[in-house]
Design a protein around this ligand. Structure first.
Ligand SMILES: NC(=O)c1ccc[n+]([C@@H]2O[C@H](COP(=O)([O-])OP(=O)(O)OC[C@H]3O[C@@H](n4cnc5c(N)ncnc54)[C@H](OP(=O)(O)O)[C@@H]3O)[C@@H](O)[C@H]2O)c1
Length: 306
């Protein structure tokens, strides 16, 4: 973040704090939707398109809760919305987008192709189904959810959809460095993103280095490890938060941001959604970053997902 933007962010947060009850603003602060929208910095992906560096995740949100949460997230300033066919919530997410009343061009919507739909023909059909469910004409980003099945056929179909202007960007999820290298060896179009499990307990340094080198943007799924391993009461993160007058959630998101990793936290609570946006007005110093590095267990927090 440039110094000018950093100062602007601080001023916005300070100004917004005036309108909030003291107990919350002291620690968390909050932003109006317009302020937040203007504040979330963007990253330019390797195909030239811009993507917000902080977004909103929707895994496990369904029905009315998904619809309301997506509309709330957009209302407080999120512009990147992440869903997937396998979440079974694309219709509800689409309804939430509609309910928000936002102009489609202001949003960055991601969905993912599930493994059952792998392969050239299936991918084309699955993409159309996803669009129909979301009620959208195009996706900003479509990802291969997992490296399973006919990845080569899937990628070819995604390349064609991209070249036909039906998707703004294509990428992958849950690819390890070798799987990504294999895809890149035959890909005509380079993936823009690899979305992988990343949080303080699984820092994925090997993937991080490899992605930095290849110019594929790293995106963190479960940036809070979905609350596992007692992340929200971790004493090390709490101490760093106390030093900066920030919550553990804000420390985690700031850590992702400073590493240059896009994060997509999920929440059903508007207060949490707002809190998670106030991460651009402070900086973790080298000692904070080194301390957080020691929390790496180099182990998934979701062993049940294989
Ligand atoms: N590509 C993949 O294979 C894959 C896999 C998993 C997830 N994802 C994506 O990544 C997104 C995020 O991951 P996730 O949903 O697993 O979990 P997460 O974002 O790591 O954590 C969500 C949990 O954190 C809590 N939370 C959020 N903000 C908080 C705050 N400020 N203070 C305290 N608690 C807070 C939420 O509770 P409240 O509702 O109470 O706030 C919820 O229980 C998903 O929703 C999905 O879009 C992708």
């Amino acid at each position: 973040m440039k110094r000018r933007d950093f100062l602007r962010a601080g001023a916005v947060v300070a100004a917004s704090a005036l309108f909030l009850p003291l107990s919350r603003t002291k620690v968390f602060g909050a932003l109006s939707a317009t302020q937040a929208k203007n504040l979330i910095p963007a990253v330019k992906l390797n195909n030239g398109i811009q993507m917000p560096r902080l977004g909103f995740g929707t895994n496990t949100l369904n029905g009315d809760i998904a619809e309301r949460s997506v509309a709330d997230a957009i209302s407080v300033g999120y512009r990147l919305i992440d869903t997937a066919h396998i979440y079974g919530n694309e219709e509800a997410v689409g309804a939430g987008i509609k309910k928000s009343g936002i102009n489609r061009e202001e949003l960055f919507v991601t969905s993912k192709l599930w493994v059952d739909d792998a392969g050239y023909e299936n991918t084309k059909k699955a993409y159309q189904t996803t669009l129909n469910k979301l009620g959208l004409e195009y996706l900003n980003l479509y990802l291969i959810h997992r490296p399973r099945g006919d990845v080569k056929g899937t990628w070819k179909a995604m390349e064609e959809l991209y070249e036909a202007g039906k998707i703004r960007a294509i990428g992958v999820s849950n690819f390890d460095p070798d799987q990504l290298a294999e895809l890149m060896a035959y890909a005509k179009i380079k993936p823009v993103i690899n979305q992988i499990e990343t949080h303080v307990f699984l820092q994925e340094n090997k993937s991080y280095e490899a992605l930095m080198k290849t110019g594929v943007q790293m995106e963190a799924w479960s940036p809070f490890a979905a609350g596992r391993n007692e992340i929200f009461s971790n004493p090390t993160l709490a101490a760093i938060g106390k030093k900066h007058n920030k919550s553990i959630a804000q420390v985690c998101l700031r850590w992702h941001f400073q590493r240059g990793v896009v994060a997509i936290p999920r929440s059903t609570k508007k207060a949490h959604m707002m809190e998670n946006l106030v991460i651009f007005d402070f900086e973790l110093d080298n000692s904070d970053m080194q301390t957080i590095a020691t929390l790496d267990l180099n182990k998934t927090q979701f062993p049940e997902w294989g």
